[in-house]
Design a binder for this molecule. Structure first.
Ligand code: E4P
Length: 218
C-alpha cells in the first residue's frame, strides 16, 4: 500500500519526507489556493523533494485547454502526474495523455461507474473521495470496496485505486483492509497514525525502568 500526502505546503512535505513513508503527493486547486503560491513553482519544488508521483491538477474544464495545461504540467518534471476531473472532456484528456505515456489521476470520482470509465480511459490512478461521500450521509468506503472488487475482475484494468478525501485514521485502516493501492491523506492524519496512548504509557514505563538500571548501551 502506498501513502501519498495531500497538501501543497512544501514545508510540511519536506518535514514528512524524512519519515521515508511518503510515496507521493496529491494537490488540487483548493490546496494551491490555500498555499497562496504559483502552481508551477510549487509542483517543481514538491517533485524535487518526493521522487514518487506528484499530482498536479488542471485548472480548465474544456478539452483543448485541459490538454494544453496537462502537457505543460507533465513537462515540468518526470514525476508529475496530471490530475483531471471525471468529466467527458476530462476522460478524453486522460486517454490522450495516457496514450502519450503520461500518468493521469482522475479526480472527483463518486461512483463505481465513473471508476470504470476512468480505467477504460487508461488512468494510472482514480481518486474516489470517501470523506465527501460520508459528509452527505453516503458510505465512502463501500465505494472503495465496489471499485476494488470491479477492478479485480479485469486484469487489463491497470488503474490504481487512490483513496482520497481522507478524514481520519480509520479511513486508512479501512482502505488497507479493502486492498486499495494508495491512500492520500493530509499530513495530520499520517501523524495521527503513529499515536496510541498505550505506546506513550508503555514507553514512559520502559524509560523509567531503564534509568533505574543505570546501564548504557553505547
Ligand atoms: C485528492 O486528491 C484531493 O486533493 C483531496 O483528497 C480532497 O480532499 P477534501 O475532500 O478533504 O478536500
Amino acid at each position: 500500500m502506498k501513502f501519498f500526502i495531500d497538501t501543497a505546503e512544501v514545508a510540511e512535505i519536506e518535514a514528512l519526507a524524512d519519515t521515508g513513508l511518503v510515496d507521493g503527493v496529491t494537490t488540487n486547486p483548493s490546496l494551491i489556493a490555500k498555499s497562496g503560491r504559483n502552481i508551477l513553482d510549487v509542483i517543481c519544488e514538491i517533485c524535487d523533494i518526493i521522487p514518487g508521483p506528484v499530482s498536479a491538477e488542471v485548472g480548465a474544464t474544456d478539452f483543448a485547454t485541459m490538454l494544453a495545461e496537462g502537457r505543460k504540467l507533465r513537462d515540468l518534471r518526470p514525476n508529475v502526474t496530471v490530475k483531471v476531473p471525471l468529466t467527458v472532456d476530462g476522460l478524453k484528456v486522460c486517454k490522450v495523455l495516457s496514450d502519450e505515456g503520461t500518468l493521469v489521476n482522475v479526480t472527483l470520482c463518486f461512483s463505481a461507474n465513473q471508476a470504470i470509465l476512468a480505467a477504460k480511459a487508461g488512468a494510472a490512478f482514480v481518486s474516489p473521495f470517501v470523506g465527501r461521500l460520508d459528509d452527505i450521509g453516503q458510505d465512502g468506503m463501500q465505494l472503495i470496496s465496489d471499485i476494488v472488487e470491479i477492478y479485480g475482475q479485469y486484469p487489463d484494468f491497470t488503474t490504481d485505486v487512490l483513496v482520497a478525501s481522507v478524514r481520519n485514521p480509520m479511513h486508512v485502516t479501512d482502505a488497507a483492509r479493502l486492498g486499495a493501492h494508495v491512500v492520500t491523506m493530509p499530513p495530520s492524519i499520517l501523524k495521527q497514525m503513529y499515536g496510541h496512548v498505550l505506546t506513550d504509557k508503555g514507553l514512559a514505563a520502559f524509560c523509567a525502568d531503564w534509568a533505574k538500571t543505570g546501564q548504557s548501551i553505547l
